[in-house]
Design a protein around this ligand. Structure first.
Ligand code: NDP
Ligand code: ZN
Length: 384
């Protein structure tokens, strides 16, 4: 009898101990390894940090690939205002789900998930309720932000081996997708898809795509798929044939002024992805009456273009507007459509290595990438 009481006692304490060990483990921060710049304009170096534990509505993914967006270059250089360093960029992310919180229904362990520029938002404001979480005043960006829902911790991006994200902000990636090419869809894809659909571009419409890089080449693919007649504008000869190959009817090298002759008042739509100083009014003039120009390219503050009020009046009855990425529902639609119609970015895959990322940055800056670098995070080596 005494022995039984002792055993019951022992089992009780063992149970308590295991339960509390379990709780400690559940709440422990998750180690993460990746690449950061330590100061403005710095080079990448290996960096170890941690992520918050997986919450009840969150998933943890093992990152497989991360795209290099020109916005990452802008952030590294503090082009849009002083950033906080160390900075781990990356908002074009695809990975495998390795852990799920107890309320997660959207994913199971082993699924493939995509993450773009957002990891959370309030879910209650008018923007969230309209599916425009990117404009939520309480949104949390994947990196260069502070997470209001997790003790205001600094967020760090996808040039790393693991990420924790709310299930509502992770995108389901179909099983048959070409995983190596998925990541850039999460920013370059949605940022061009969204204004193209907002403007209601359709078969036979004439659209100009300004800037033929990571975003621009996806814009060309989406517009061509919709049956639009696409004119591409860029500053290099090296991409003329690529534009034709992707289905554009015309390629304009804007550094040759004669190539612009006859284009005024000829386009229904323009989508500008230009990341450098340029003259937006030049494109505004190309719009027909009732034409629309969407601006997504965001140059550094020191190179920020502007449009004079005079241009708006002289070239009146045309609309110019800006657009930021896209909402979560729309991102899922874009991804499903892209996979179903085989509309993938053209990518160059590089190793998860600081020297390789530094080299890639130089090439993006010099306009020498066709069309998106993607870091293969599976090749990451770390000491511990
Ligand atoms: P890339 O560098 O991949 O592409 C930019 C392209 O624009 C390049 O082909 C470049 O030519 C070309 N270009 C440069 N100057 C001119 C010019 N004066 N006229 C025409 N073309 C020009 O950049 P991304 O596509 O990744 O990003 C583009 C911009 O969009 C960036 O500013 C980025 O921050 C922004 N962005 C905005 C988002 C939003 O939500 N609104 C989301 C994601 C990105 P070359 O290569 O020869 O230099
Ligand atoms: Zn981006």
């Amino acid at each position: 009898m005494k022995r039984n009481i002792f055993l019951a006692f022992l089992l009780f304490w063992m149970g308590l101990f295991t339960a509390s060990a379990h709780t400690v483990e559940e709440h422990a921060r998750i180690p993460a390894h990746g690449f950061a710049v330590m100061a403005e304009g710095g080079e990448f170096q290996p960096y170890t940090f941690s992520r918050h534990a997986v919450g009840d509505n969150e998933i943890q993914i093992e990152i497989l690939y991360a795209g290099i967006c020109h916005s990452d270059l802008h952030h590294v250089a503090s082009d849009w205002g002083k950033e906080e360093y160390p900075l781990v960029p990356g908002h074009e992310i695809v990975g495998r789900v390795v852990k799920i919180g107890k309320n997660v229904t959207k994913f199971k362990v082993g699924d493939i998930a995509g993450v773009g520029c957002l990891v959370n938002a309030c879910g209650e404001c008018e923007f969230c309720l309209m599916g425009l979480e990117q404009y939520c005043p309480n949104r949390v960006l994947t990196y260069h932000d502070h997470d209001k829902y997790h003790d205001n911790e600094q967020t760090q991006g996808g040039y790393s081996d693991t990420l924790v994200v709310s299930q509502n902000f992770a995108i389901k990636v179909p099983e048959n997708a070409d995983i190596e090419k998925i990541a850039p869809l999460l920013c370059a894809g949605i940022t061009t898809w969204s204004p193209i659909h907002y403007m209601n571009v359709k078969k036979g419409d004439k659209i100009g795509i300004a800037g033929f890089g990571g975003l621009g080449h996806m814009a060309v693919k989406y517009a061509v798929a919709l049956g639009a007649e696409v004119t591409v504008f860029d500053i290099t000869e090296a991409k003329r044939e690529d534009a034709k190959r992707m289905g554009a009817v015309r390629y304009v090298n804007v550094t040759n002024p004669e190539e612009l002759n006859g284009l005024d008042n000829s386009l229904n739509y323009v989508l500008s992805t230009v990341p450098a100083k340029y003259d937006p009014a030049m494109y505004m003039k190309m719009l027909k009456i009732n034409g629309q120009m969407a601006i997504v390219g965001l140059p550094a503050i020191k190179n920020m273009p502007s449009i004079s009020v005079l241009s708006f009046v002289i070239h009146g009855n045309r609309k110019v507007f800006g657009s930021q990425i896209g909402g979560i529902k729309e991102t899922q639609e874009m991804l499903d459509y892209s996979v179903a119609h085989n509309l993938y970015p053209e990518v160059e895959v590089i190793k998860a290595d600081a020297a390789a990322i530094n080299e890639a940055y130089k090439k993006v800056q010099a306009g020498e990438v066709k069309f998106r670098y993607v870091i293969d995070m599976k090749t990451l080596k770390h000491a511990d």
